[in-house]
Design a protein around this ligand. Structure first.
Ligand SMILES: [Mg+2]
Length: 178
């Protein structure tokens, strides 16, 4: 039996590294993303996150999202469970707030029969902002009808900062933190 929700009205999890480990080669995703840009006359060696920002400026946002989300959904189908998967279901409203596409989050949850334990899913393409900005987490909490007595559980510094900015507690996956 888990005690994760003790003292909280809602719990929100990050996805990758927290509930599941996506089988995604981010080097391959980045390479494919750069190829998309090159095919449209934009040679670049930017990182994937930089490309996501640039895509809005050069009109490739939809196509780039498709490239990344295809990899993520395949990686979600082939994913393994991460430490927090065994905590589900919880006794309080439960959400997922992820930098991965919302569709990939849903595939991952379905793959491990945990979709029914999650009441709200907010992915990279659900709201315009991305973690560590607070908006995706705030949106998740809104969908759970949760107040500030909530906790966000994640495995990255971005997650910790998002929780701080959203005004909720944060717990690292595992005991040690980063
Ligand atoms: Mg993560």
């Amino acid at each position: 039996m888990t005690t994760r929700e003790q003292g909280y009205d809602a719990v929100v999890y990050d996805l990758d590294g927290t509930l599941v480990d996506l089988a995604v080669s981010w080097d391959t995703v980045t390479s494919d993303a750069r190829e998309l840009f090159a095919a449209h006359g934009h040679e670049t060696d930017d990182s994937l996150w930089q490309l996501l920002d640039t895509a809005r400026e050069v009109g490739l946002q939809t196509e780039l999202e498709t490239v990344i989300a295809d990899h993520e959904r395949a990686g979600a189908r082939a994913s393994t469970t991460a430490p927090c998967a065994t905590e589900l279901p919880l006794a309080v409203p439960t959400g997922v707030c992820s930098l991965n596409s919302e569709s990939a989050c849903r595939v991952a949850l379905n793959t491990h029969d945990t979709a029914g334990a999650v009441d709200a899913v907010v992915g990279r393409d659900t709201v315009p902002e991305r973690k560590p900005e607070p908006e995706p987490l705030v949106e998740t909490l809104d969908r759970l009808d949760a107040g500030s007595r909530a906790v966000f559980v994640g495995d990255s510094r971005r997650d910790a900062v998002a929780a701080e900015r959203a005004g909720v507690d944060f717990e690292w996956v595992g005991a040690e933190g980063p």
